[in-house]
Design a protein around this ligand. Structure first.
Ligand code: HEC
Ligand code: HEC
Length: 248
């Protein structure tokens, strides 16, 4: 008993630590917003030359931050390889192929490299990932990130899903989703690419990821935070969450 209790305590501490990264990143010197990049010279092209239309609420600066270090204009032609499955504007039609529209550029690149390294496994994406260079991947990611952000076709009134999304249940180590993924599941802020956009994603894809995190088949989230978060949720609860989140 004591043993499992201390595991729970460590688990909760980890989740709280990750959640606090949100706050830290949000307070990250607003006077000089710099996207993380190893290569400052690459940041030099002016905002104008890299600007691509995004949602009306996103300023050009926010879009640029969200896009990461790549060049969205150069990325468009390089992304043709992805269009057949993910859609030209990043809104895939097939429910098990994720939308990439408005997703954080750095998050997109991280997932592709995770597939390549088999840290996240999928046969097709593993093969696709191996064929893309780092520089091309940065541009492709920036292109999808700069597209108008994914949105659900219709809002879901699923109360079970809404409750889990908005309320902690620490007895089950479940930190409310919006603590990390943002009030409407669109992530935290343009500088914080750790927490992906999930609001408006396909329901079927969301459910598959949640089941896969619970089972441990997908375990590429930092510190296993997603595995811990959904570990004790039932099938019906995961289904309710996927339903609610896809409508955001
Ligand atoms: C033949 C179809 C196909 C092609 C081509 C393809 N993808 Fe995918 N992609 C998928 C499928 C299916 C998944 C979901 C895999 C899973 O369940 O983990 C996926 C998942 C992803 C994810 C994970 C998204 C997330 O929200 O975590 C990213 C990022 C991604 N693809 C990027 C790309 C990029 C970039 C390209 C082009 C270089 C590309 N894909 C080409 C089918 C494809
Ligand atoms: C403590 C922070 C935290 C909490 C709480 C949290 N998440 Fe996450 N979530 C993450 C992080 C970080 C990732 C990115 C994992 C990666 O890098 O692959 C993620 C990834 C995901 C993904 C995969 C997205 C994709 O495109 O493949 C889904 C789906 C998801 N979370 C849903 C949820 C739901 C539903 C809840 C509430 C039950 C939740 N998350 C609570 C941090 C959190």
């Amino acid at each position: 008993m004591l043993h499992s209790k201390s595991i729970i305590t460590v688990g909760i501490a980890l989740v709280v630590l990750l959640a606090s990264m949100v706050v830290l990143a949000a307070n990250d010197n607003p006077a000089s917003p710099k996207p993380p990049s190893q290569n400052p010279a690459k940041q030099q092209p002016s905002v104008q030359s890299k600007s691509v239309a995004n949602t009306s609420s996103d300023s050009v600066d926010e879009t640029k931050l969200r896009s990461g270090p790549g060049d969205p204009v150069a990325g468009k032609s390089k992304a043709e390889l992805c269009f057949g499955c993910h859609g030209e504007d990043g809104n895939s039609i097939e429910p098990l192929i994720p939308k990439l529209a408005g997703q954080y550029g750095i998050y997109i690149a991280k997932q592709v490299r995770n597939y390549q390294a088999s840290i996240r496994t999928h046969q097709i994406m593993g093969a696709v990932a191996a064929s893309v260079s780092d520089a091309d991947l940065a541009d492709i990611s920036a292109y999808f990130a700069s597209q108008p952000m994914m949105k659900g076709a219709r809002p879901s009134s699923n109360q079970i899903g809404k409750n889990l999304f908005e309320k902690d249940d620490l007895s089950r180590m479940m930190v409310r989703c919006n603590n990390c993924h943002g009030a409407t599941g669109k992530g935290q802020n343009p500088r914080n690419s750790v927490f992906p956009v999930i609001g408006g994603q396909h329901k079927e894809y969301l459910l598959r990821q949640l089941l896969s995190f619970r089972k441990g088949d997908r375990n590429n989230s930092p510190g296993g935070v997603m595995n811990i978060t959904v570990e004790r949720l039932s099938d019906a609860e995961l289904e309710a969450l996927a339903d609610y989140v896809s409508g955001l």
